[in-house]
Structures are given as structure tokens and as C-alpha cells.
Design a protein around this ligand. Structure first.
Ligand code: PGA
Length: 255
């Protein structure tokens, strides 16, 4: 059984006192989590260790970076390596978010190197994939996502895949208020699961958490999480408000 994960991607939002207050409010309202549920918070890099220290005694609430570099160290001004993150107690990172693919020109080849760097450092990965609107309109979204997985992840062996979760985030649904329908989400998630089964076998595929991202909100989380192959969510905007994020966590808990 794949773990259920609700991950909040804060992106470049909240100063440290706002972020700390949000974490306090989330912890205060947190329901008892079922054993297989994990909550993840991904604040901006600068705030990772401070936010992690607020969660130090939490077993099921973890902190994630939003990105890491392809290399362990070197002359890469402004960058942070997976080795540095793990040394600072940050055990998870997003890789391949569509905003980084688009604004930071992260190609599939670069992302595969980031995947390797994060795994070599001993981190867990949430690997993001998803198609733009024109791809969805011409009906080639499965091929598109398959190609992203093929280039970014499928060089990994089955053992390494145990450290990987996958977030399907259709770009046309991110921050737009437009969510994939439950049918669109389930169709893609089931396609990804079948692809994983073909590549790694049923046992490995069944243990990989598949998260949906893209305008997941309190009022649609329960129906998305009820889909057979949706194991949780990667939440942007709605993770910035304790009340909303807590409702989404409750929906995952109940799914
Ligand atoms: P959103 O963002 O929930 O604001 O659409 C999701 C994401 O980009 O991870």
C-alpha cells in the first residue's frame, strides 16, 4: 500500500514569522493521522531549518525542500545541494515542479541528474510531472507524462524507486482555480500506475504514492482523494491557510 501524503508547497511565499505561525496553527488543528498518512511542508529554502525545528517532535509531519542542485558541491552561485539539505536534516525534496521546468529551464536531463543527486544524498523525492493545456487539448497527455517519467526517473532501479513519490500536476490546473475532474485525475493516475507496473512490477508500483496537484482545495480534496490511484495531494495556494490545509489533511485521512 502506498503511503497517503498531503504535501504543502509554499513556493516563494510567507516570511519566517508567517510561516512559523502557519505551522503552529496546523499543528494545533491537526487531526490524529492514520498510520499510513504523512503530511509534508515545503517552505522556501531559507526557512527550511527553522520550520523543521518546529516539527522536530512530529513523527508524521515532515519538511521538504522545493528543489536541489544536480551537483554535490562546487562553483554554483546561489545553489544548494542535496548533501547540504540532508546534513541540515531535510530528508525530502520536490524535483521537476513545472514552475522550475518553465522559469529555470530545467530540462528532463537536468532533472534526471537532480534525482540522482538527491538519492545519492539519501533523500526522498517527490517527482513532479504534468502537461500544458495545449497537450491536453490535443489528447497526447499520456505520452507527454510517460516521456517525463522515462527521462527523469526510469533510469532508476526498483530499489531506488522506494524513495520516490510522483506528483501529477497538470499545468493548466496549477494556481488557476481550474481542477482536473476526478475522471481526468484518476485516468492519468491509473495510467502512471500501469506504467510503473510495466517497468517495475506490481509490488513496487503499488507502494509508490501518486499525488495530485493543481487547485486542490478543501471543497474538491475528498473526491480527488477518493479516486483509486490518487494517494494524496501536492497543494500550493490552499497550503498557505491553516484552515484550508487542515481540511485537505482531514479529507486524506478519511479517504
Ligand atoms: P496550486 O499549486 O494548488 O496553487 O494549484 C499546486 C502546485 O503547484 O504544487
Amino acid at each position: 500500500m502506498a503511503k497517503k501524503i498531503v504535501a504543502g508547497n509554499w513556493k516563494m511565499n510567507l516570511n519566517l514569522s508567517e510561516g512559523s505561525k502557519l505551522v503552529e496553527d496546523i499543528l494545533e488543528g491537526m487531526p490524529a493521522l492514520s498510520a499510513e498518512t504523512e503530511v509534508i511542508i515545503a517552505p522556501p529554502c531559507l526557512h527550511l531549518t527553522s520550520i523543521a525545528s518546529l516539527l522536530a517532535d512530529q513523527q508524521q509531519v515532515k519538511v521538504s525542500a522545493q528543489n536541489c542542485h544536480t551537483d554535490i558541491k562546487g562553483a554554483f552561485t546561489g545553489e544548494v545541494s542535496a548533501a547540504m539539505l540532508i546534513q541540515s536534516g531535510i530528508g525530502t525534496t520536490l524535483i521537476g515542479h513545472s514552475e522550475r521546468r518553465e522559469y529555470c529551464n530545467e530540462t528532463d536531463e537536468i532533472l534526471a541528474r537532480k534525482v540522482n543527486a538527491a538519492l545519492a544524498a539519501g533523500m526522498q523525492i517527490i517527482f513532479c510531472c504534468g502537461e500544458a493545456l495545449e497537450i491536453r487539448k490535443n489528447g497526447t497527455q499520456n505520452d507527454w507524462v510517460h516521456a517525463q517519467l522515462q527521462s527523469g526517473l526510469f533510469h532508476l532501479g526498483a530499489e531506488a524507486m522506494k524513495q520516490v513519490s510522483i506528483a501529477y500536476e497538470p499545468i493548466w490546473a496549477i494556481g488557476t482555480g481550474e481542477t482536473a475532474t476526478t475522471e481526468q485525475a484518476q485516468d492519468m493516475h491509473s495510467f502512471i500506475r500501469r506504467t510503473l507496473i510495466d517497468k517495475y512490477g506490481q509490488a513496487v508500483a503499488d507502494n509508490i504514492s501518486l499525488l495530485y496537484g493543481g487547485s486542490c482545495k478543501p471543497d474538491n480534496a475528498a473526491e480527488l482523494f477518493a479516486c483509486k490511484d490518487v494517494d494524496g495531494g501536492l497543494i500550493g495556494g490552499a497550503s498557505l491557510k491553516a484552515e484550508d490545509f487542515l481540511k485537505i489533511i482531514a479529507a486524506s485521512n478519511a479517504a
